[in-house]
Write a new protein. Structure first.
Length: 258
C-alpha cells in the first residue's frame, strides 16, 4: 500500500497571512481609538453648548434660590441697590452720635417688635426645630437673626458711650452680654461676607489716594423683611415653662443641652 505526500502550504504563504492578520488588528485598534476620540469630542461639545446656552446661565438669581437654607421669610426677600454713606463728616447718619432719645428710638424701631409667630406649614421645612406656642399649638416661635444682630449692635453702641454697667457680669447684661454681642456680629459679618469692591480715589485736598466707602451695594430690602416680621409679631406674652404635647410637628419637647 503506497502513501502519497500531503501537500503543504508554502511558508511564505503562512507568513503573508499572519502579516495581513496583524495589519487588520492594527486597523481595528486605530478605528476603535478614533471612534472613542470622536465620541469624547462630541460629548464635550454638547456639554459646553448646554452650559453656555442653558437659560440659567443668564437668568437672574431669584430670592428663593439665593437663600440656600429655607427660611419662612424668604418669600419677603427683594433686592435693591443703594450707595452706602461714609458715616464721616457731613455724611454721618441719624443713627450715629452719643445715645439720645431720638437716635435710641431709631435703633429700637429697627428690631423691637417682639418674637415672630409662624404657622406649622411655614415651620415644617426649617432645618432647625423650634417650640410651638402654648395655647396656639399649631403655631411656632422664631426670631430672624438680623434682628438679634441689630439688637447686639445697639448694645455695642451704648457700651461705646459708657451706657453699660461694666461691673455687671451676668449673662443678660453688662460686659458678658456685650462680649457675646461683639462675637455674634463677627460671625454674621463673616457668614454674609460682603464682596462689594471698595474703590480708591485721589483726595482733592492733598492728592493722596484714599478708599471710597460711598459705592453701590446690592442689598436685601430690609424694610420688606421688617414688615414681614412685624405682621407676624407674637401678640402678648406666653408661658415659657409650659410644654406643648399636641403640636402637629411633634416639637413640643425640643431642647438643646447647654
Amino acid at each position: 500500500m503506497g502513501y502519497s505526500r500531503v501537500p503543504t502550504q508554502p511558508a511564505c504563504d503562512c507568513e503573508r497571512c499572519l502579516s495581513q492578520h496583524d495589519q487588520l488588528k492594527n486597523i481595528d485598534r486605530r478605528i476603535s481609538i478614533l471612534a472613542s476620540l470622536i465620541a469624547s469630542f462630541v460629548l464635550n461639545a454638547v456639554l459646553v453648548a448646554y452650559f453656555w446656552f442653558a437659560p440659567t446661565r443668564h437668568a437672574p438669581v431669584t430670592a428663593e434660590a439665593a437663600q440656600f437654607l429655607y427660611s419662612p421669610a424668604q418669600t419677603a426677600l427683594k433686592y435693591t441697590t443703594r450707595v452706602f454713606d461714609s458715616a464721616f463728616g457731613i455724611q454721618t447718619t441719624a443713627y450715629q452720635g452719643r445715645p439720645n432719645e431720638a437716635n435710641d428710638q431709631l435703633w429700637t424701631e429697627l428690631y423691637n417688635f417682639g418674637i415672630t409667630r409662624i404657622s406649622a406649614d411655614e415651620a415644617r421645612p426649617m432645618v432647625n426645630k423650634t417650640l410651638p406656642i402654648p395655647g396656639q399649638s399649631d403655631h411656632y416661635l422664631i426670631s430672624l437673626s438680623v434682628f438679634h444682630q441689630l439688637h447686639c449692635l445697639n448694645r455695642v453702641r451704648k457700651g461705646l458711650y459708657g451706657e453699660v454697667d461694666w461691673s455687671d457680669v451676668s449673662e443678660h447684661s453688662g460686659i458678658t452680654h456685650l462680649d457675646h454681642c461683639i462675637d455674634v456680629i463677627r460671625q454674621s459679618l463673616m457668614c454674609n461676607a460682603d464682596v462689594t469692591p471698595l474703590t480708591f480715589t485721589r483726595d482733592s485736598r492733598d492728592g493722596v489716594a484714599r478708599e471710597v466707602a460711598e459705592v453701590i451695594h446690592q442689598c436685601r430690602d430690609f424694610d420688606a423683611i421688617r414688615d414681614w416680621a412685624a405682621t407676624r409679631a407674637m401678640p402678648g406674652m406666653w408661658d415659657t415653662t409650659k410644654v406643648v404635647t399636641d403640636d402637629p410637628l411633634g416639637w413640643g419637647d425640643y431642647h438643646v443641652d447647654y
